[in-house]
Write a protein that binds this ligand. Sequence first.
Ligand code: NAD
Ligand code: DAU
Length: 362
Amino acid sequence: MDAILVTGGAGFIGANFVLDWLAPSNPDACPLVNLDALTYAGNLASLDPVAGDERHRFVHGDINDRALVSRLLREHRVRAIVNFAAESHVDRSILGPDAFVQTNIVGTFNLIEAAREWYTTLDATERAAFRFIQVSTDEVFGALGPSDPPFSETTPYSPRSPYSASKAAADHLVQAAFHTYGLPAIITHCSNNYGPLQFPEKLVPLMIRNARRGERLPVYGDGRQVRDWLHVSDHASALRAVLARGRPGETYNIGGSAERENLSVVNMLCSLLDERSPRADGASYAAQIAYVTDRPGHDRRYAIDQRKIAAELGWTPAVAFEQGLRDTVDWYLENDAWITGIETGAYRQWLDTNYRSGERAR
Ligand code: NAD
Ligand code: DAU
């Protein structure tokens, strides 16, 4: 069998995974078929570094297109699927959940069905090697109180936003395919990623973008919500470990052991920007912080217990949060054109919808 199929590989984490897979440090990597619908979050510019690499085949298409997915599995003799394709932003899921149901639930179901069909055509050796990796989220577990233990693989599901509910539904379908049909599937639950190529609707790139453009830095509610931050390169390396050594039917939690309050992250970003790209008036970017109306149903805290993946697969994160955030700020400063390229009418409309009209405008 010849290739892996990555879905959503023009998005933030998918593109980082693709670049990592095809990196010069990985010369023996098998070819990679990258299926992406290029929604607002997909960006071909992120894949520029592998434009001439014949091991990378980009296909513009939807995971809901069963005939297309089946053809790709057959033609490329796919030995593993890594499903990143999703609607991924919680705020968008609150304002418009339909697309989340369509891609995250129905799209994943479609991939499972195509994978099942392909799997039945494989011989015993090929079946033993085949994997379906569902890239899920820690948000399916709900929200933690300040002194609750971190999410483990046995924490019950308790999704609280349309986004996390759609990811939870997809996880259940993947588990069902493993238990009912024997599809060798594995689910990963990762915490908040940060790093290069992240769409500037998410906290870290949005704050860097707004700071540099002299706009306010919108902190939801009291800013005391806690997220567990992981550099995206560590997520890529964790997924490689899961692909190589993960056990079918298992789930693995992936986190950075870097719990931080949002306000602390925003203040760190301001300090880094003050140091690297000071404001013309000499004031700190922190002066641009503005408390805005909270996200409805805002989960207070996420944290990951990653002892299982460390013990079973030997994976631990390599990038410390402070260094990773510093590198991330540098990347966005050096790649402002990447952000400018995203600032189309659709992006401005999102900023208007989420921040400049209604409750958050105040
Ligand atoms: P993203 O929004 O940056 O990218 C999603 C990609 O999927 C885009 O390229 C988009 O064009 C593509 N896509 C959307 N609908 C599609 C469809 N129907 N068919 C084909 N392609 C489609 O998302 P991300 O932040 O890179 O997240 C990737 C995955 O990782 C998601 O499944 C998400 O739930 C999960 N995840 C994200 C984080 C995080 O912190 N960002 C953490 C844990 C898990
Ligand atoms: O935990 C994993 C999840 O992390 C992934 O499954 C999601 O795909 C990913 O988007 C992320 O979800 P969050 O909702 O935690 O990420 P976001 O960057 O949107 O927000 C991080 C925190 O910052 C959250 O508490 C909300 C807050 N926030 C966010 C934005 C965009 C603000 O205070 N202001 C903002 O403008």
